[in-house]
Design a protein around this ligand. Structure first.
Ligand code: PLP
Length: 390
Protein backbone atom coordinates (compact mmCIF):
# COMPACT_ATOMS: atom_id res chain seq x y z
CA UNK A 1 0.00 0.00 0.00
CA UNK A 2 2.80 2.42 0.87
CA UNK A 3 4.29 3.38 -2.49
CA UNK A 4 7.74 3.66 -0.96
CA UNK A 5 7.54 0.06 0.25
CA UNK A 6 8.59 -1.04 -3.23
CA UNK A 7 11.90 0.79 -2.95
CA UNK A 8 15.07 -1.24 -2.60
CA UNK A 9 15.79 0.60 0.62
CA UNK A 10 14.47 3.65 2.39
CA UNK A 11 15.10 5.70 5.49
CA UNK A 12 11.76 6.81 6.83
CA UNK A 13 12.05 10.03 8.80
CA UNK A 14 9.24 10.62 11.30
CA UNK A 15 9.01 14.39 11.68
CA UNK A 16 6.31 14.10 14.32
CA UNK A 17 8.83 12.24 16.46
CA UNK A 18 11.41 14.95 15.79
CA UNK A 19 8.99 17.68 16.84
CA UNK A 20 8.08 15.76 19.99
CA UNK A 21 11.78 15.33 20.81
CA UNK A 22 12.37 19.07 20.39
CA UNK A 23 9.54 19.75 22.82
CA UNK A 24 10.99 17.32 25.36
CA UNK A 25 14.40 18.97 25.08
CA UNK A 26 12.91 22.44 25.40
CA UNK A 27 11.28 21.31 28.64
CA UNK A 28 14.58 19.88 29.87
CA UNK A 29 16.21 23.26 29.18
CA UNK A 30 13.34 25.54 30.15
CA UNK A 31 14.57 29.12 30.19
CA UNK A 32 17.10 28.54 27.43
CA UNK A 33 16.55 28.78 23.71
CA UNK A 34 17.10 25.67 21.59
CA UNK A 35 19.41 25.40 18.60
CA UNK A 36 18.51 22.50 16.32
CA UNK A 37 21.83 21.13 15.07
CA UNK A 38 21.26 19.97 11.49
CA UNK A 39 24.85 19.58 10.32
CA UNK A 40 25.79 16.70 8.02
CA UNK A 41 22.37 16.71 6.37
CA UNK A 42 20.59 16.63 9.70
CA UNK A 43 22.68 13.68 10.96
CA UNK A 44 21.58 11.87 7.80
CA UNK A 45 17.89 12.66 8.30
CA UNK A 46 17.63 15.50 5.76
CA UNK A 47 18.64 18.97 6.95
CA UNK A 48 15.88 21.10 5.48
CA UNK A 49 12.81 19.06 6.50
CA UNK A 50 14.33 18.52 9.95
CA UNK A 51 15.13 22.22 10.31
CA UNK A 52 11.55 23.12 9.38
CA UNK A 53 10.13 20.59 11.81
CA UNK A 54 12.43 21.78 14.59
CA UNK A 55 11.39 25.36 13.95
CA UNK A 56 7.72 24.34 14.08
CA UNK A 57 8.38 22.82 17.51
CA UNK A 58 10.01 25.98 18.85
CA UNK A 59 13.70 25.79 17.97
CA UNK A 60 14.73 29.43 17.57
CA UNK A 61 18.22 28.69 16.24
CA UNK A 62 19.60 26.34 13.60
CA UNK A 63 23.21 25.19 13.77
CA UNK A 64 25.52 23.64 11.21
CA UNK A 65 29.19 22.82 11.06
CA UNK A 66 30.08 24.23 7.65
CA UNK A 67 29.06 27.56 6.14
CA UNK A 68 27.83 25.77 3.01
CA UNK A 69 25.37 23.83 5.12
CA UNK A 70 24.14 27.08 6.69
CA UNK A 71 23.83 28.83 3.33
CA UNK A 72 21.83 25.89 1.98
CA UNK A 73 19.31 26.35 4.80
CA UNK A 74 18.92 30.04 3.92
CA UNK A 75 18.59 29.19 0.25
CA UNK A 76 15.80 26.76 1.15
CA UNK A 77 13.92 29.66 2.72
CA UNK A 78 14.70 29.14 6.39
CA UNK A 79 14.83 32.51 8.06
CA UNK A 80 15.72 33.49 11.61
CA UNK A 81 18.93 32.71 13.41
CA UNK A 82 21.39 30.30 11.84
CA UNK A 83 24.92 29.70 13.10
CA UNK A 84 27.83 27.74 11.65
CA UNK A 85 31.18 27.12 13.29
CA UNK A 86 33.57 25.16 11.12
CA UNK A 87 35.42 27.76 9.08
CA UNK A 88 38.57 27.69 7.01
CA UNK A 89 40.50 30.57 5.45
CA UNK A 90 38.98 31.61 2.14
CA UNK A 91 35.54 30.24 3.07
CA UNK A 92 32.29 31.95 2.03
CA UNK A 93 32.54 34.63 4.73
CA UNK A 94 30.98 37.34 2.61
CA UNK A 95 28.05 35.15 1.55
CA UNK A 96 27.43 34.25 5.19
CA UNK A 97 27.49 37.90 6.29
CA UNK A 98 25.12 38.83 3.46
CA UNK A 99 22.79 36.00 4.48
CA UNK A 100 22.76 37.20 8.10
CA UNK A 101 24.30 33.96 9.34
CA UNK A 102 26.16 33.98 12.65
CA UNK A 103 29.77 33.04 12.06
CA UNK A 104 32.17 31.69 14.66
CA UNK A 105 35.65 33.02 15.31
CA UNK A 106 38.10 31.29 17.63
CA UNK A 107 41.28 32.78 16.19
CA UNK A 108 42.57 36.11 14.93
CA UNK A 109 42.60 35.00 11.29
CA UNK A 110 38.89 34.23 11.45
CA UNK A 111 38.11 37.60 12.96
CA UNK A 112 40.05 39.29 10.15
CA UNK A 113 38.10 37.31 7.54
CA UNK A 114 34.81 38.32 9.19
CA UNK A 115 35.79 41.99 9.23
CA UNK A 116 36.91 41.89 5.58
CA UNK A 117 33.63 40.19 4.61
CA UNK A 118 31.62 42.80 6.49
CA UNK A 119 33.46 45.62 4.75
CA UNK A 120 32.80 44.17 1.32
CA UNK A 121 29.21 43.22 2.13
CA UNK A 122 28.55 46.69 3.52
CA UNK A 123 26.90 45.32 6.64
CA UNK A 124 28.21 44.19 10.02
CA UNK A 125 29.03 40.54 10.55
CA UNK A 126 27.34 38.63 13.36
CA UNK A 127 30.28 36.98 15.11
CA UNK A 128 30.27 34.49 17.96
CA UNK A 129 33.57 34.12 19.78
CA UNK A 130 34.51 30.51 20.49
CA UNK A 131 36.39 29.69 23.67
CA UNK A 132 38.43 26.52 24.11
CA UNK A 133 37.57 25.85 27.76
CA UNK A 134 39.25 22.47 27.74
CA UNK A 135 38.07 20.37 24.79
CA UNK A 136 41.36 21.02 23.05
CA UNK A 137 39.77 21.16 19.61
CA UNK A 138 38.47 24.40 18.06
CA UNK A 139 38.34 27.75 19.80
CA UNK A 140 40.56 30.25 21.52
CA UNK A 141 42.77 29.27 24.44
CA UNK A 142 42.34 31.35 27.62
CA UNK A 143 45.84 32.82 27.15
CA UNK A 144 44.87 34.19 23.72
CA UNK A 145 41.40 35.35 24.74
CA UNK A 146 42.29 38.97 25.67
CA UNK A 147 43.80 39.53 22.22
CA UNK A 148 40.77 38.04 20.42
CA UNK A 149 38.22 39.84 22.60
CA UNK A 150 40.13 43.13 22.29
CA UNK A 151 40.28 42.92 18.50
CA UNK A 152 36.62 41.92 18.29
CA UNK A 153 35.59 44.84 20.51
CA UNK A 154 37.63 47.26 18.36
CA UNK A 155 35.89 45.92 15.23
CA UNK A 156 32.54 46.17 16.97
CA UNK A 157 33.16 49.81 17.93
CA UNK A 158 34.17 50.49 14.33
CA UNK A 159 30.83 49.07 13.17
CA UNK A 160 32.25 46.05 11.34
CA UNK A 161 30.67 43.41 13.48
CA UNK A 162 28.41 42.65 16.34
CA UNK A 163 29.59 40.10 18.92
CA UNK A 164 26.42 38.06 19.15
CA UNK A 165 27.63 35.10 21.16
CA UNK A 166 30.25 33.66 23.49
CA UNK A 167 30.37 29.91 23.28
CA UNK A 168 32.25 26.73 23.99
CA UNK A 169 31.93 22.94 23.76
CA UNK A 170 32.37 20.08 26.26
CA UNK A 171 34.83 17.21 26.05
CA UNK A 172 33.06 14.73 28.35
CA UNK A 173 29.43 15.82 28.73
CA UNK A 174 28.37 12.22 28.14
CA UNK A 175 30.23 11.09 31.28
CA UNK A 176 28.30 12.62 34.19
CA UNK A 177 30.59 13.62 37.03
CA UNK A 178 33.72 13.69 34.87
CA UNK A 179 36.00 16.28 36.51
CA UNK A 180 36.52 18.08 33.18
CA UNK A 181 32.87 19.20 33.22
CA UNK A 182 33.16 21.40 36.31
CA UNK A 183 36.60 22.56 35.18
CA UNK A 184 35.29 23.62 31.76
CA UNK A 185 32.33 25.42 33.35
CA UNK A 186 34.73 27.39 35.57
CA UNK A 187 36.95 28.36 32.65
CA UNK A 188 33.91 29.30 30.56
CA UNK A 189 32.46 31.52 33.28
CA UNK A 190 35.83 33.28 33.63
CA UNK A 191 36.18 33.83 29.89
CA UNK A 192 32.62 35.16 29.62
CA UNK A 193 33.20 37.45 32.61
CA UNK A 194 36.37 38.80 31.02
CA UNK A 195 34.61 39.53 27.71
CA UNK A 196 31.68 41.19 29.44
CA UNK A 197 34.05 43.32 31.50
CA UNK A 198 35.55 44.44 28.18
CA UNK A 199 32.09 45.54 27.06
CA UNK A 200 30.84 42.51 25.14
CA UNK A 201 27.06 42.17 25.36
CA UNK A 202 26.31 38.78 23.80
CA UNK A 203 22.82 37.79 22.75
CA UNK A 204 23.58 34.19 23.64
CA UNK A 205 26.05 32.33 25.81
CA UNK A 206 26.08 28.58 25.18
CA UNK A 207 27.98 25.38 25.87
CA UNK A 208 25.55 22.46 26.00
CA UNK A 209 25.27 19.68 23.42
CA UNK A 210 22.68 16.90 23.83
CA UNK A 211 24.28 15.10 26.78
CA UNK A 212 24.86 18.40 28.61
CA UNK A 213 21.28 19.46 27.88
CA UNK A 214 20.05 16.22 29.45
CA UNK A 215 22.40 15.98 32.42
CA UNK A 216 24.06 19.34 33.26
CA UNK A 217 21.40 21.98 34.00
CA UNK A 218 24.01 24.57 35.01
CA UNK A 219 25.40 24.36 31.48
CA UNK A 220 22.19 25.50 29.77
CA UNK A 221 22.98 29.26 29.92
CA UNK A 222 20.97 31.11 27.20
CA UNK A 223 20.89 28.40 24.55
CA UNK A 224 21.36 24.64 24.18
CA UNK A 225 22.64 23.05 20.96
CA UNK A 226 20.96 19.70 20.50
CA UNK A 227 21.76 17.28 17.73
CA UNK A 228 21.57 13.56 18.43
CA UNK A 229 18.83 13.75 21.08
CA UNK A 230 16.60 15.68 18.70
CA UNK A 231 16.87 12.72 16.34
CA UNK A 232 15.65 10.57 19.22
CA UNK A 233 18.91 8.79 19.95
CA UNK A 234 20.45 8.67 23.41
CA UNK A 235 23.84 10.43 23.38
CA UNK A 236 25.28 7.55 25.40
CA UNK A 237 23.68 4.31 26.58
CA UNK A 238 24.92 5.03 30.12
CA UNK A 239 22.64 8.09 30.21
CA UNK A 240 19.58 5.95 29.51
CA UNK A 241 17.80 4.56 26.50
CA UNK A 242 15.85 6.82 24.18
CA UNK A 243 12.63 5.74 25.88
CA UNK A 244 14.03 6.40 29.35
CA UNK A 245 14.97 9.91 28.21
CA UNK A 246 11.51 10.49 26.71
CA UNK A 247 12.89 10.53 23.17
CA UNK A 248 11.76 8.64 20.07
CA UNK A 249 14.16 7.63 17.28
CA UNK A 250 13.26 9.50 14.12
CA UNK A 251 14.85 7.28 11.45
CA UNK A 252 13.70 3.81 10.41
CA UNK A 253 16.02 2.10 7.92
CA UNK A 254 14.47 -0.72 5.96
CA UNK A 255 14.98 -2.65 2.75
CA UNK A 256 12.99 -5.04 0.60
CA UNK A 257 14.18 -8.64 0.76
CA UNK A 258 15.61 -9.26 -2.72
CA UNK A 259 15.75 -13.07 -2.73
CA UNK A 260 14.89 -16.03 -0.53
CA UNK A 261 16.36 -19.41 -1.43
CA UNK A 262 17.19 -22.84 -0.08
CA UNK A 263 20.79 -23.63 0.69
CA UNK A 264 22.28 -26.90 1.88
CA UNK A 265 24.22 -27.42 5.09
CA UNK A 266 27.86 -26.46 4.88
CA UNK A 267 27.39 -23.70 2.30
CA UNK A 268 29.76 -20.74 2.58
CA UNK A 269 28.07 -17.34 2.61
CA UNK A 270 29.36 -14.05 1.18
CA UNK A 271 32.93 -12.90 0.53
CA UNK A 272 35.58 -14.83 2.40
CA UNK A 273 33.07 -17.51 3.49
CA UNK A 274 33.15 -16.24 7.07
CA UNK A 275 29.77 -17.90 7.64
CA UNK A 276 28.87 -21.45 6.79
CA UNK A 277 25.29 -22.71 7.00
CA UNK A 278 25.14 -25.07 9.99
CA UNK A 279 22.24 -27.06 8.48
CA UNK A 280 19.94 -27.10 5.47
CA UNK A 281 18.38 -23.66 5.61
CA UNK A 282 16.99 -20.68 3.75
CA UNK A 283 19.02 -17.56 2.99
CA UNK A 284 17.64 -14.07 2.53
CA UNK A 285 19.38 -11.41 0.47
CA UNK A 286 19.11 -7.88 1.91
CA UNK A 287 19.97 -5.34 -0.81
CA UNK A 288 21.91 -2.78 1.24
CA UNK A 289 25.60 -2.73 2.02
CA UNK A 290 28.43 -0.59 3.21
CA UNK A 291 27.94 1.88 0.35
CA UNK A 292 24.56 2.54 1.93
CA UNK A 293 26.12 2.99 5.36
CA UNK A 294 25.60 -0.53 6.70
CA UNK A 295 28.87 -0.84 8.58
CA UNK A 296 31.19 -3.56 7.31
CA UNK A 297 32.37 -3.84 10.90
CA UNK A 298 28.94 -5.33 11.67
CA UNK A 299 29.70 -8.34 9.46
CA UNK A 300 28.53 -11.40 11.38
CA UNK A 301 26.87 -9.29 14.06
CA UNK A 302 24.41 -6.67 12.73
CA UNK A 303 20.73 -7.36 13.59
CA UNK A 304 17.78 -7.21 11.14
CA UNK A 305 14.07 -7.83 11.66
CA UNK A 306 12.80 -10.10 8.87
CA UNK A 307 9.45 -11.91 8.94
CA UNK A 308 8.91 -11.10 12.60
CA UNK A 309 12.28 -12.44 13.79
CA UNK A 310 15.55 -10.67 14.45
CA UNK A 311 18.25 -12.26 12.28
CA UNK A 312 21.97 -11.60 12.21
CA UNK A 313 24.12 -10.64 9.24
CA UNK A 314 25.60 -13.92 7.97
CA UNK A 315 29.18 -13.40 6.88
CA UNK A 316 30.47 -10.19 5.41
CA UNK A 317 28.55 -7.05 4.60
CA UNK A 318 29.35 -6.30 0.94
CA UNK A 319 29.15 -2.96 -0.84
CA UNK A 320 25.53 -3.30 -1.90
CA UNK A 321 24.10 -6.29 -0.07
CA UNK A 322 24.34 -8.78 2.75
CA UNK A 323 22.77 -12.13 3.59
CA UNK A 324 20.82 -13.40 6.58
CA UNK A 325 20.25 -17.04 7.52
CA UNK A 326 16.47 -17.40 7.77
CA UNK A 327 16.66 -20.83 9.38
CA UNK A 328 14.07 -22.38 7.05
CA UNK A 329 11.61 -19.45 7.12
CA UNK A 330 10.37 -18.32 3.73
CA UNK A 331 9.29 -14.71 3.68
CA UNK A 332 8.35 -13.54 0.18
CA UNK A 333 10.86 -11.67 -1.90
CA UNK A 334 9.84 -8.05 -1.38
CA UNK A 335 9.07 -8.56 2.31
CA UNK A 336 10.28 -5.79 4.56
CA UNK A 337 13.58 -6.10 6.40
CA UNK A 338 14.01 -3.49 9.12
CA UNK A 339 17.60 -2.77 10.09
CA UNK A 340 16.73 -0.24 12.75
CA UNK A 341 13.95 1.99 13.97
CA UNK A 342 12.37 3.16 17.23
CA UNK A 343 12.39 -0.44 18.47
CA UNK A 344 8.77 -0.82 19.49
CA UNK A 345 7.82 -3.23 16.70
CA UNK A 346 10.59 -5.61 17.69
CA UNK A 347 13.09 -4.08 15.29
CA UNK A 348 16.68 -3.32 16.35
CA UNK A 349 17.76 0.26 17.02
CA UNK A 350 20.63 2.36 15.70
CA UNK A 351 22.22 1.80 19.11
CA UNK A 352 22.11 -1.98 18.51
CA UNK A 353 23.95 -1.45 15.22
CA UNK A 354 26.45 0.81 16.95
CA UNK A 355 27.21 -1.97 19.43
CA UNK A 356 27.44 -4.56 16.63
CA UNK A 357 29.92 -2.37 14.76
CA UNK A 358 31.90 -1.10 17.74
CA UNK A 359 30.94 2.54 17.27
CA UNK A 360 28.37 5.10 18.44
CA UNK A 361 24.84 5.56 17.12
CA UNK A 362 25.78 9.05 15.84
CA UNK A 363 27.99 7.35 13.26
CA UNK A 364 25.32 4.83 12.24
CA UNK A 365 22.70 7.43 11.26
CA UNK A 366 25.06 10.04 9.81
CA UNK A 367 26.67 7.53 7.46
CA UNK A 368 23.51 6.25 5.79
CA UNK A 369 24.42 6.73 2.15
CA UNK A 370 23.05 9.16 -0.42
CA UNK A 371 21.74 6.18 -2.40
CA UNK A 372 19.10 5.53 0.26
CA UNK A 373 16.08 7.79 -0.26
CA UNK A 374 14.87 9.68 2.78
CA UNK A 375 11.10 9.47 3.03
CA UNK A 376 9.77 12.18 5.32
CA UNK A 377 6.47 11.40 7.02
CA UNK A 378 4.23 13.41 9.34
CA UNK A 379 5.55 16.60 7.80
CA UNK A 380 2.51 18.61 8.84
CA UNK A 381 2.18 19.39 12.53
CA UNK A 382 -1.24 18.18 13.62
CA UNK A 383 -0.72 17.29 17.25
CA UNK A 384 -2.08 20.65 18.33
CA UNK A 385 -5.48 19.34 17.19
CA UNK A 386 -5.15 16.78 19.97
CA UNK A 387 -3.99 13.93 17.79
CA UNK A 388 -1.29 11.61 19.04
CA UNK A 389 1.83 11.67 16.90
CA UNK A 390 2.22 8.23 15.42
C1 PLP B 1 27.60 18.46 16.67
C2 PLP B 1 27.66 19.55 17.65
C3 PLP B 1 26.65 19.71 18.60
C4 PLP B 1 25.53 18.74 18.80
O1 PLP B 1 26.00 17.62 19.51
P1 PLP B 1 25.03 16.46 19.98
O2 PLP B 1 25.81 15.66 20.94
O3 PLP B 1 24.67 15.71 18.75
O4 PLP B 1 23.86 17.12 20.59
C5 PLP B 1 26.71 20.82 19.43
N1 PLP B 1 27.71 21.70 19.32
C6 PLP B 1 28.72 21.55 18.43
C7 PLP B 1 29.80 22.55 18.39
C8 PLP B 1 28.73 20.48 17.58
O5 PLP B 1 29.73 20.34 16.70
Amino acid sequence: MNETASLRARAEIDLAALRANVRVLRERAAGAQLMAVVKSDGYGHGAVPCARAARAAGATWLGTATPHEALALRAAGLDGRIMCWLWTPGGPWREAVEAGIDVSAGAMWALREAVAAARSAGRPARVQLKADTGLGRGGCQPADWPELVGAARDAERAGHLRITGLWSHFACADEPGHPSIAAQLDVYRDMVAYAEKEGVEPEVRHMANSPATLTIPEAHFDLVRTGIAMYGISPAPELGTSAELGLRPVMTLSASVALVKDAPAGHGVSYGHHYTTPADTTLGLIPVGYADGVPRHASGSGPVLVGGKVRTVAGRVAMDQFVVDLGGDRPEAGAEAVLFGPGDMGEPTAQDWAEAAGTIAYEIVTRIGARVPRVHVNETPDETAGGVPR
